[in-house]
Design a protein around this ligand. Structure first.
Ligand SMILES: Nc1ncnc2c1ncn2[C@@H]1O[C@H](COP(=O)(O)OP(=O)(O)OP(=O)(O)O)[C@@H](O)[C@H]1O
Length: 288
């Protein structure tokens, strides 16, 4: 079914039809990207995940292309956040959690016993559903990852703060109050601050777990614009419940249901001609 045939009373999402321009050939991100980016930067291979005896992901195979936005969508509880948090091994911290299968970044397994988890997490920034600035100044929030890494040089900290705040489209709003508390910023500004902090270590990958769910439409639009800019430099994986948002900002979409990856591909195809009925029902709002 095409969007035009959509019988749903609500209009279908506006598609970001040009988002994948320059990406892999339509139909699969596994081809060669015109801009030289790696169409398989992150390879998720036959990945199962368990909380104790409860298996929540089943045999997931997914390639995530470099410098594109990949949206993970699906009904509540289908395992999107679990998969997202597997990519930076955040689930390691949960008692009884274990997995089978593999996740590779640039061909290297993230579970390789020789790989340091701290080094892995430096390559991957994360932004959460609810903004979580520290009760510190705006400046100290942004440079926090550098402080933790032992960077003391004032000029480096200042350059980083400005670079990241500019990249997060927040610089003009805060440049005159860098040393005021971050808690005085609006919700949308706090979320952009968290994005600035997430890119302070110059990660390759940005994981975003429903970054706009606590924001009003204006703040959401700012974050969406920002995501479209950030993908020039970063590989972005975003969990979202908002179909319009997935359609607007993502190049590729992966639809999950009950812990299984049902379908994935260029967002335009997933939204206009899904191959599976479950995908079609979900993206057209018939269940969720
Ligand atoms: N720390 C945990 N311990 C045990 N079970 C968990 C834990 N976190 C998640 N689960 C379970 O794993 C399953 C998948 O949860 P997950 O949060 O990954 O799904 P989701 O698709 O992101 O859901 P939502 O859209 O509601 O955030 C659910 O059944 C959930 O109850």
């Amino acid at each position: 079914m095409t969007m035009e045939q959509n019988p749903s009373p609500t209009p279908g999402p506006t598609l970001n039809v040009n988002a994948a321009a320059g990406a892999a050939p339509v139909g699969t991100p596994a081809g060669t990207a015109a801009d030289g980016s790696d169409p398989r930067l992150i390879q998720i291979e036959n990945y199962d995940f368990f909380y104790g005896t409860h298996q929540v992901l089943h045999g997931v195979h997914l390639d995530i292309p470099e410098r594109r936005v990949t949206a993970l969508i699906g009904p509540s509880g289908c395992g999107k956040t679990t998969l997202l948090r597997s990519i930076n091994r955040m689930n390691d911290l949960i008692d009884g959690a274990h997995h089978r299968g593999d996740i590779r970044i640039r061909g290297q397994s993230i579970f390789d016993p020789h790989l340091e988890v701290i080094a892995l997490r430096k390559r991957i920034g994360m932004v959460f559903q609810k903004s979580n600035p520290f009760p510190k100044s705006i400046f100290e929030n942004v440079v926090y990852p550098l402080r933790v890494a032992g960077v003391r040089q004032r000029s480096v900290l200042e350059e980083t703060a400005e670079r990241c705040l500019r990249a997060a489209a927040l610089w003009d709003e805060v440049k005159d109050r860098l040393h005021s508390s971050a808690l005085g910023l609006s919700g949308g500004q706090q979320q952009r601050l968290c994005i600035a902090r997430a890119i302070a270590n110059e990660p390759e990958i940005l994981l975003m777990d429903e970054p706009c769910s606590a924001l009003d439409p204006v703040a959401t639009a700012r974050i969406e614009e920002l995501i479209l800019e950030l993908k020039q430099r970063y590989t972005i994986v975003i969990v979202t419940h908002n179909m319009q948002q997935a359609a607007r900002i993502s190049d590729f979409t992966a639809f999950f249901y009950l812990g299984r990856l049902i379908e994935w591909g260029p967002t335009e195809r997933i939204f206009t001609s899904p191959k599976h009925k479950q995908t079609e029902d979900y993206v057209t709002g018939r269940f969720g």
